[in-house]
Write a protein that binds this ligand. Structure first.
Ligand code: HEC
Ligand code: HEC
Ligand code: HEC
Ligand code: HEC
Ligand code: HEC
Length: 190
């Protein structure tokens, strides 16, 4: 390379390249932020099950299906037999219910896609939160109005800590002296 070309490369090309790299990174970072936090994640499910219809219109209690939510870490997703309790009679002829029976008769778990998830190195326990009086809506929004469940709150470390420091700002029925959540690292990273 002769000196002129080298000069041009160093003074012009190099800074432009660096600028483009940084700009691309910055834009991608901000634009993909909600997606990385999981907000709006709403995958297609194997059966068109509607919370609006079951939990909203019919008013079935969340705990009828999410039976573990007051007892363990996980809320639990109901097995096909919970659905069959009603669908052995209700809407037997519908396409989606025919699919439901296929899973039931072949003894195959329905491959529901998971929506809300914290990383494996983080400890989260439903029962502690639900039993302390925090309702599903504070973390999951109005699921009983959703045909397709979608994540509406981010579950980043920042959002967990925001509520742990000042739960009364996130949980309408709490007062300022309500019990706070832990903020020491080992509570959530054990
Ligand atoms: C008739 C049973 C039934 C009832 C009642 C019900 N659910 Fe569900 N729920 C399911 C099934 C099945 C799934 C998995 C499929 C899906 O995501 O729609 C699910 C998924 C969810 C998810 C997403 C899980 C994930 O993968 O992150 C949330 C949150 C949820 N339910 C909250 C609620 C709340 C809150 C209520 C009460 C207002 C409720 N559910 C009532 C059956 C039920
Ligand atoms: C407490 C009884 C009950 C339970 C439990 C229940 N369902 Fe239903 N479901 C109904 C009734 C009743 C309807 C019809 C409502 C209507 O059309 O107004 C219905 C409608 C549906 C439909 C729409 C059918 C159509 O195309 O019209 C689907 C899909 C469905 N249920 C799936 C499920 C799945 C999956 C589960 C288990 C996670 C489940 N249901 C649990 C009572 C129940
Ligand atoms: C304090 C916030 C909070 C509250 C309150 C809460 N959830 Fe959750 N929920 C979460 C988080 C965080 C996850 C992801 C957990 C994980 O990855 O282990 C989750 C996941 C879920 C899941 C899918 C996976 C699982 O754990 O089985 C279901 C279903 C669910 N929640 C239902 C409910 C229902 C029903 C209620 C109310 C009775 C409720 N949640 C109350 C934060 C909450
Ligand atoms: C809406 C408010 C709220 C949100 C959001 C919330 N928490 Fe909590 N959390 C609390 C409160 C209040 C307590 C204290 C409950 C008690 O001890 O009765 C608590 C307690 C805990 C505890 C200690 C009890 C135990 O299970 O050992 C852990 C760990 C925890 N939260 C983890 C998390 C994580 C991880 C997240 C985010 C994914 C989160 N929390 C989001 C309000 C919240
Ligand atoms: C209330 C629960 C909670 C507490 C307390 C907490 N964390 Fe976290 N932490 C989380 C959650 C949830 C995630 C995963 C979501 C995310 O990346 O924001 C996380 C992620 C992380 C990560 C990975 C970050 C990344 O970008 O990949 C590190 C490192 C971390 N925490 C360190 C700490 C340290 C150090 C402390 C103590 C000062 C602490 N955490 C306290 C909930 C908590």
């Amino acid at each position: 390379m002769n000196k002129k070309i080298l000069d041009y490369t160093l003074k012009v090309r190099f800074p432009i390249t660096i600028f483009v790299i940084i700009a691309t990174f910055a834009i991608t970072y901000y634009v993909s932020r909600p997606e990385r936090d999981g907000i709006g994640y709403e995958p297609d499910q194997p059966i068109k099950f509607s919370h609006r219809l079951h939990a909203g219109v019919m008013g079935i209690d969340c705990k009828y299906c999410h039976t573990e939510v007051t007892k363990s870490r996980h809320a639990g997703i109901p097995s096909v037999s919970t659905c069959i309790n009603c669908h052995s009679v209700a809407r037997r002829d519908r396409e989606e219910i025919v699919k439901l029976f296929y899973y039931y008769e072949t003894n195959t778990p329905i491959p529901w896609k998971r929506i809300h998830k914290v990383p494996d190195y983080t400890y989260f326990n439903h029962s502690v939160h639900v039993n302390s009086g925090i309702e599903c809506v504070s973390c999951h929004g109005h699921v009983e109005r959703m045909d397709v469940v979608s994540q509406i709150e981010s579950f980043t470390m920042g959002s967990c800590l925001d509520c742990h420091r000042e739960p009364h700002l996130k949980v309408p029925q709490f007062t300022e002296n309500a019990k706070k959540g832990p903020v020491n690292c080992f509570a959530c990273h054990r």
